[in-house]
Write a protein that binds this ligand. Structure first.
Ligand code: AMP
Length: 590
């Protein structure tokens, strides 16, 4: 298969913002892709799952520019000028991205040269794979050489997309959910089958693998997808309701309550001696938590997947420590020192897999019973729990959880159908937090999609950020408010660094930004922040949940204040349209 087949799909995707058209183009691509290449096509388009922990294909922009400069004989400064808008120069031509610029250079050069033979997908991908493996001394030169050689054999269009891939900025507006829908149509002619594929992806979080299974064995095999120990399972999430009464009613009058610990969620995989720890957004945390690794190692079974909340903890005095202490444990250097200084404890709350048997489809009580049998040592406890069937013990257990230093409780269904629903935010788990007693109960997680520069003491930093929620149905990020308070100078400095790689010239195709809003800087959706507001309000400006409650109005957040950066969340883990709608309804019931 030619790389141009993929490139021409990218070009079509780039030229439309209509989701249905995008899906059509992807379906056409999938249909012409031979089975043996289907996973590669998915990886080239979406990127490889980050939990695999492969080194990035890419190279720093500076290095790519240096390669291009040598290959095409254009000075580095000139390239930089072309791809960066220089403010204040109104005569400056519109800046273009590096990929498009290289495409143009190549076009000019090619007129005088013999046309190169089209590249194949395998050729391009294997060059990328080789580039990943270079490390240590001389690796930069080797990377540059590989890229230069690929570019010299590329047509202008191919060159453009090679560079964009290297930079990790395809900008074609495709993410997992859109690809899943395209796979359903391409392989089964039935859009509704996207649910089966999504469920499989939830259990085995590698879309390249799922697509290959689908191509080789069909939808039935996908329906029966098995857990693969070591491959993360997308985590089950909790809904929220405003009162214990409502929660009890929703859960059939009786439920289990568990303390809601305030830490970071960990999914631990044990396969004999091998332990892997995954965070909420399925990044590997194995290196950072050698103590948790040891606790898991001590559990006397061969194969295991369990989940729990890892909290900062003073082990000698049996006391919770502030959540912020955990941040010191995220770094990858001086791990042993950090382990002593910032102790942690794991409170486990679910069992997903044990010695070859999946527990996903077992009921809550069955999972809990088996979990309790396993957990015996000091570093790990099972989450404190109680079964209740009326509001009064609910309130008592909740008050106790707050007194003990937790955020509240998670109520869990104990009905027959109370399975572990991977990747789903349903009403089998319902959170109830201390903060719900205030007006706008819960905090909200937003994806940062734009920023305004600060003034006065914050000149040179972002003074305000634009936040968006995630709309799963359309796979888009919808802007909902501007956050300008709750920041400290230190945080704003962190944002400068953190957001810099995601700066873009033109709006990301997956972001819906109302035309009235004109941020100074745009970002592709990557960084998630937690905020708290006073109230959810109807707004004619913002497009979140547009038209849901009033014609020509969306939902916005009044007086949003920044709380913290959520390093553990992916953009798709931000608060969703449905959650915001639910929060608006809950608020209006009070
Ligand atoms: P939230 O992040 O506010 O949506 O709350 C859900 C999170 O609470 C989960 O993802 C876990 O990280 C955390 N959590 C703490 N204790 C528990 C528990 N007992 N059961 C489930 N989740 C818990």
């Amino acid at each position: 298969m030619k790389y141009l087949d993929l490139v021409s799909t990218y070009e079509k995707l780039e030229n439309t913002t209509k989701r249905l058209e995008m899906i059509d183009h992807l379906v056409d691509l999938i249909k012409i892709t031979p089975t043996e290449l289907i996973d590669i096509i998915i990886y080239l388009t979406l990127g490889e799952p980050s939990w695999i922990g492969k080194p990035e294909i890419g190279m720093a922009e500076k290095l790519a520019i240096k390669t291009i400069s040598t290959s095409f004989g254009v000075p580095v400064k000139k390239i930089e000028r072309q791809i960066k808008k220089i403010s204040g120069l109104s005569s400056e031509k519109k800046a273009i991205d590096l990929g498009s610029y290289v495409g143009t250079l190549k076009g000019k050069k090619q007129m005088t040269l013999i046309k190169p033979k089209p590249l194949t997908i395998s050729q391009v991908y294997s060059t990328f794979e080789n580039m990943r493996t270079y490390s240590g001394a001389g690796s930069q030169e080797r990377k540059m050489k590989s890229l230069a050689s690929l570019l010299s054999n590329a047509s202008p269009k191919e060159a453009k997309w090679i560079i964009r891939t290297i930079e990790g900025k395809l900008r074609v507006g495709i993410a997992e959910m859109t690809m899943i829908e395209a796979l359903a149509i391409a392989f089964t002619d039935e859009k509704a089958n996207k649910e089966i594929i999504e469920n499989a992806y939830n259990v085995r979080c590698d879309l390249g693998y799922i697509a290959k299974e689908l191509a080789e064995k069909g939808i039935l095999a996908i329906k029966n997808i098995k857990i693969q120990i070591g491959t993360p399972i997308r985590m089950m999430l909790a809904q929220r309701l405003a009162t214990p009464e409502e929660i009890l009613e929703k859960l059939g009058g009786k439920c289990a309550l568990e303390y809601k610990y305030d830490g970071i969620r960990i999914q631990a995989h044990k396969d004999g001696e091998k332990i892997v720890l995954y965070s909420r957004n399925l990044e590997k945390l194995t290196e950072q938590f050698p103590d948790v690794r040891e606790y898991i190692q001590d559990i006397d079974v061969n194969q295991l997947i369990i989940e729990g909340e890892c909290v900062a903890y003073d082990i000698a005095n049996n006391k919770f420590k502030p959540f912020q202490e955990l941040m010191h444990r995220r770094r990858k250097y001086d791990v042993d020192k950090a382990k002593e200084q910032y102790q942690v404890k794991l409170f486990v709350f679910d069992l997903l897999f044990l010695n070859g048997k999946s527990f996903l489809n077992e009921s809550y009580l069955e999972r809990r019973k088996n979990l309790e049998k396993l957990i015996k040592n000091n570093g790990i406890s099972t989450a404190k729990s109680l079964i209740v069937d009326s509001p009064s013990p609910f309130h008592e257990f909740f008050d106790k959880s707050i007194k003990d230093g937790c955020e509240g409780v998670i109520a869990k269904s104990i009905q027959k159908d109370s399975i572990y629903k991977a990747g789903a935010r349903g009403f089998l788990w319902i959170k109830f937090k201390h903060s719900y007693q205030e007006n706008l109960g819960d905090s909200i997680d937003l994806v940062v999609v734009g920023g305004n520069m600060g003034r006065g003491k914050w000149a040179g930093l972002y003074g305000a950020l634009f936040g968006a929620i995630y709309d799963k149905d359309t796979d888009l990020f919808k802007t909902t408010c501007k956050i300008a308070s709750g920041f400290t100078e230190e945080v704003l400095k962190t944002f400068m660094e953190l957001l810099d790689p995601f700066k873009i010239q033109e709006k990301d195709p997956r972001v819906e930004l109302p035309s009235e809003i004109k941020p100074d800087v745009l970002f592709s959706p990557n960084i998630v922040i937690e905020i708290k507001g006073d109230e959810i309000t109807l707004s004619p400006t913002y497009s979140a949940a547009f038209g849901e409650f009033r014609e020509n109005s969306g939902l916005s957040i009044r007086f949003p204040r920044f709380l913290q950066i959520r390093y553990d969340k992916n953009p798709e883990d931000a608060t969703t349209t449905n959650e915001l709608i639910q929060m608006y309804q809950n608020q209006n019931k009070k």
